[in-house]
Design a binder for this molecule. Structure first.
Ligand code: ME8
Length: 525
């Protein structure tokens, strides 16, 4: 294996269940992860970006059964929808893993064997509550009251009483080591509120975890073992608990258990990006499994909030599920990507509404950014023969706006590292708004009649500011920023953060300016 020369960055989305079609919630996580992946690449890192589908378990088996299709064929179709969704959202994943692939099943068996060899697995019987929708076991004390005296999982999912032979993982032994791990790695779980929830859950004590099921078949078989004495009823009777199977995907994609594999050096993952409802699996079970198997835990789990739609929880029965493909068809990809990350502080819950999307599109994209580009570039086209002016002597006003633009890479690096996408975008919009103030104050259209040299200097300042803006916005809106950088005369191979230090050569012929962000006019229904 050759040592990587660049520092590496491995990040993941959750692998999505193939029980139903992708919706805006899935697109959200994948787009956020994509912004991070593109940012890290722009910043010179060797990125490995993984997404994929979670195809086993009772929930998927039931969906296949309801559709009257064999589970594998069903999973093939829905997995393809998720891959198509990722492609349609511009998600630049390096690998798309499916848990039905042989490489993944081998990794699951290898992890199981390591846990077994470490004395972390024993055979018993599980008796308790299970929610198929969450694919999760719940203690009696966690349940909430449902209608007509029924009990529900804290998520609102229906629970059923399960009683079956099961292998267990000795999770109860990991309480102190997990707490010590969280203490030593204060950034492991973010945001802080989620970290506090996890800490209090673990402090409350952990029960051993059931990690196999025997009452259905759709999953990875537990590997046969000779070490477990006469208790073993024939391991292939058991299939692995779908969360043990699913979490292992993050290792499978790195070639586990082959530590000489080309991608093994990416482990441990720098970041698992997840929705808030699956923090427990990623921040408690996952590091416990890994530590028990002698594998380094990931560096960070960041959990974001949930989207509701026009004030209501998204659900098939309400009929308000937002299809990301339809949104992109109507508004365009980049406005949708921008809206999702701009509207709500990452980590908080948010509400999706057409009105809010259209307002962001018209005000911030079409007016603030689109007009800035259009106004300055059309002045260059008309008054400078469409040629990029040279950098002139800078006035104080020039220096202020140029320094604000030059500070953007550092500010965005800091915000994006914290997954504070909304803050990153606000920093860019502060500069865009300041540039609109600058163009109004300097009035290059008036200078045209009084001081042509100063007019050219002002237009050059505006190009330099927009170049910085468009460079740092590439991860958020790759297609539009590609067009904007082309219009600004920035060569395709000179669009990295480091390239901002090299001035664009004066005299470059700029293409004729064309609008980048159209206004959206709502037509009456
Ligand atoms: O949980 N708002 O898969 P899943 C925001 N297979 N994000 C949302 C959302 C919403 N309304 N709805 C879904 C699973 N998401 C497991 C994961 S990982 C080893 C296994 C996003 O199909 C969010 O990222 O239920 C959430 O965590 C994920 O989709 C759940 O997808």
């Amino acid at each position: 294996m050759t040592e990587p020369t660049k520092s590496s960055f491995y990040l993941t989305t959750p692998i999505y269940y193939v029980n139903g079609e992708p919706h805006i919630g899935h697109a959200y996580t994948s787009i956020a992860a994509d912004v991070l992946a593109r940012w890290q690449r722009l910043d010179g890192k060797d990125v490995f970006f993984l997404t994929g589908t979670d195809e086993h378990g009772q929930k998927v088996e039931k969906a296949a059964l309801d559709a009257g299709i064999a589970p594998q064929a069903f999973a093939d179709t829905v997995s393809k929808s998720f891959r198509d969704m990722a492609d349609a959202m511009g998600v630049s994943y390096d690998d798309f893993i499916r848990t039905t692939e042989p490489r993944h099943k081998e990794a699951c068996a290898a992890l199981w064997r390591r846990l077994e060899a470490a004395g972390q697995i024993y055979l018993g019987a599980y008796e308790g509550w299970y929610a198929i929708r969450d694919e999760a076991f719940y203690g009696e004390d966690e349940l909430i009251a449902g209608p007509n005296g029924s009990k529900l999982a804290p998520s609102g999912a229906t629970v059923e009483w399960v009683r079956e032979p099961s292998y267990f993982f000795r999770l109860s032994e990991w309480q102190d080591r997990l707490l010590a791990f969280y203490e030593a790695h204060p950034d492991f779980i973010a945001p802080q509120a989620r970290r506090n929830e996890v800490l209090s859950f673990v402090r409350g004590g952990l029960n051993d975890l059931s990690i196999s099921r025997t009452t259905f078949r759709w999953g990875v078989k537990v590997p046969r073992s000779d070490d477990m004495g006469d208790q073993v009823p024939g391991d292939p009777a058991h299939i692995m608990y779908v969360w043990l199977d699913a979490l292992t995907n993050y290792l499978s994609a790195c070639g586990f258990p082959d530590e000489t594999a080309e991608r093994w050096h990416y482990w441990p993952a720098n970041l698992h990006l997840v929705g808030k409802e699956i923090v427990r699996f990623h921040a408690i079970y996952w590091p416990a499994f890994l530590m028990a198997a002698g594998i380094a835990p990931p560096k960070r789990v960041y959990s974001h909030g949930w989207w509701t739609v026009e004030g209501e929880k998204m659900s098939k029965s309400v009929g308000n599920v937002v299809d990301p493909n339809a949104l992109v068809a109507e508004f365009g990809l980049d406005p949708v990507r921008f809206f999702l990350l701009r509207e709500v502080p990452f980590g908080n819950d948010g509400d999706f509404s057409r009105r809010a999307l259209i307002s962001r599109m018209n005000v911030e994209l079409a007016n603030d950014l689109g007009n800035l580009a259009q106004r300055s570039l059309s002045l260059i086209a008309r008054n400078c023969d469409g040629v990029l002016p040279a950098q002139g002597a800078h006035t104080e006003d020039d220096t202020i706006i140029l320094s604000a633009a030059a500070a953007l890479p550092g500010l965005l690096r800091a915000a994006i590292t914290r997954c504070a996408f909304h803050e990153a975008l606000e920093e860019v919009w502060k500069v865009i708004r300041a540039a609109n103030g600058y163009i109004d104050r300097q009035a290059p259209w008036a200078l045209k009649k009084t001081d042509l040299a100063r007019m050219a200097d002002v237009l050059r300042v505006l190009v330099d500011v927009q170049r910085a803006v468009a460079t740092v916005l590439q991860p958020f809106m790759p297609g539009s920023m590609d067009r904007m950088l082309t219009q600004l005369g920035v060569p395709a191979q000179g669009r990295g953060l480091d390239d901002l230090a090299t001035p664009l050569p004066a005299g470059t012929q700029l293409p004729a300016p064309a609008g980048i962000f159209p206004r959206h006019i709502e037509t009456a229904p």
